[in-house]
Design a protein around this ligand. Structure first.
Ligand code: GTP
Ligand code: MG
Length: 138
């Protein structure tokens, strides 16, 4: 059993899509073992996206992620990292497969409704940034 870190991004929380997105996760066999709605601080967003610091869209990305509430989550299941990325779809909604969250809901490559860890190793780092061990109940 594996865990991954998920964020329902501001474009999605603003459009009241938290439940619709969670339904896709649960349908895919991913269990929500921790979840909270937060307004990310600039410092939190900068740290979270530090790997993208040199990219041209970094400033825009940090601004977007702090512009409205997000829902941070820990999802658990068989191959949770890969399964989660599969149901999210490609980063750019124009390239996302039919039926994926980003195909259905994303507005653009930036405002793309969800985040998912890209490896189990990064998932552990990202989970630790937002959750205390006691907040995760499997
Ligand atoms: P995450 O699950 O959010 O990490 O998405 P990803 O792994 O599919 O994409 P990546 O890690 O390459 O980029 C992280 C995030 O930066 C994306 O989800 C987008 O929100 C944003 N992003 C990526 N490329 C662009 C871009 O060209 N323009 C803008 N504005 N944002 C971008
Ligand atoms: Mg990524």
């Amino acid at each position: 059993i594996e865990r991954t870190f998920s964020i329902i991004k501001p474009d999605a929380t603003k459009r009241n899509l938290t439940g619709a997105i969670n339904a896709v996760f649960e349908e895919a066999g991913l269990r929500i073992v921790a979840q909270k709605r937060i307004l990310m601080t600039t410092a939190q967003a900068q740290e979270f996206y530090a790997v993208h610091k040199e990219r041209p869209f970094y400033g825009e990305l940090v601004e977007f992620m702090t512009s409205a509430p997000v829902v941070v989550q820990v999802l658990e299941g068989e191959n949770a990292v890969a399964k989660h990325r599969e149901v999210m779809g490609a980063t750019n909604p124009a390239e996302a497969a039919e039926g994926t969250i980003r195909k259905k809901f994303a507005l653009s490559v930036g405002e793309n409704s969800v985040h998912g860890s890209d490896s189990a190793e990064n998932a552990a780092i990202e989970i630790a940034q937002f959750f205390a061990g006691m907040e995760i109940v499997g």
